[in-house]
Design a protein around this ligand. Structure first.
Ligand code: DGL
Length: 271
């Protein structure tokens, strides 16, 4: 038994899609979620910079005495997962491997598309994972720089989002992929738009459920679960605006968010 919380982080609210699944899968565990809104978006930044941000947040969360860290951001996973695993004492779980597996298993015509941030596409991690699992798969990555800012805006479900999705989906439709990896934790938040644009015949692969399952299994195998017969609690931290986080976060988490605490960037860099 281990009463410490699980730490989860993302550049913004996207990681709440992963937290949501974790809260459903592990209702007895405590969680602390950090959104790095002051430095969002991560996608267009050089991978080395995102790696530094991730290392700062990782060691900050470790100082909060978490027992495991979930990198609920594909860009941060692409940029920093091996470094975090090397440097931190606690286990670190990312979001890319489970999706690559699921996509290779799901495709029937062996044509897989990827929608993700520039950083994630440039890192090439999905391409090499998919290739390692099935070298015969035709893989089509598309960087989508407009999506994260639109999803974090006041109008995530507006016409602008729909037309951006249509533009990014076009080369994948042309390549006749039957499976699309949504390689950014923000994208499930606009699932209905994505599903409508791609149609029912295309399988959309999301990371949240698979990642939550991996977290639960890791806690169990390492014997660091909390008591089964309790209701867990969750807390929120942001480097940005607390009210904006609460407002947007509630909509996306679909669970109550009471308080949001502010963390100054210098507290992260001091970590
Ligand atoms: N949710 C992050 C990801 O999965 C968003 C990246 C960003 O901030 O651009 O990639």
């Amino acid at each position: 038994m281990d009463p410490r919380p699980v730490g989860v982080f993302d550049s913004g609210v996207g990681g709440l899609t992963v937290l949501h699944e974790c809260l459903v899968t592990m209702p007895n565990e405590d969680f602390v979620y950090l959104g790095d809104h002051a430095r969002l978006p991560y996608g267009p930044r050089p991978l080395a910079e995102v790696r530094e941000f991730s290392r700062e947040i990782g060691s900050f969360l470790e100082r909060q005495d978490v027992k495991l860290i979930v990198v609920a951001c594909n860009t941060a996973t692409s940029a920093a997962l091996p470094q975090l695993q090397e440097e931190l004492r606690v286990p670190v779980i990312g979001v890319i491997t489970p999706e690559a597996h699921a996509a290779v298993q799901a495709t029937r015509n062996r044509r897989i598309g990827l929608l993700a941030t520039q950083g994630t596409v440039e890192s090439g991690r999905y391409a090499s994972l998919v290739r390692a699992l099935d070298a015969g798969v035709a893989f089509h990555p598309v960087a989508c720089p407009r999506l994260v800012p639109l999803i974090e805006s006041d109008d995530p479900y507006g016409e602008e989002t729909e037309s951006a999705v249509r533009e990014y989906a076009a080369p994948l439709k042309e390549a006749r992929v039957d499976t699309v990896i949504l390689g950014c934790t923000h994208y499930p938040l606009i699932r209905p738009i994505l599903q409508r644009v791609f149609g029912r015949d295309v399988t959309l692969v999301f990371s949240a459920e698979e990642t939550a399952r991996e977290v639960a299994e890791t806690l169990a195998r390492k014997g660091i679960e909390h008591d089964r017969d309790r209701d867990g609690a969750y807390r929120f931290l942001t480097t940005g605006d607390q009210a904006a986080f609460r407002e947007m976060g509630r909509r996306f988490l679909q669970l109550p968010i009471a308080d949001v605490e502010h963390v100054a960037l210098k507290e992260l860099t001091a970590a």
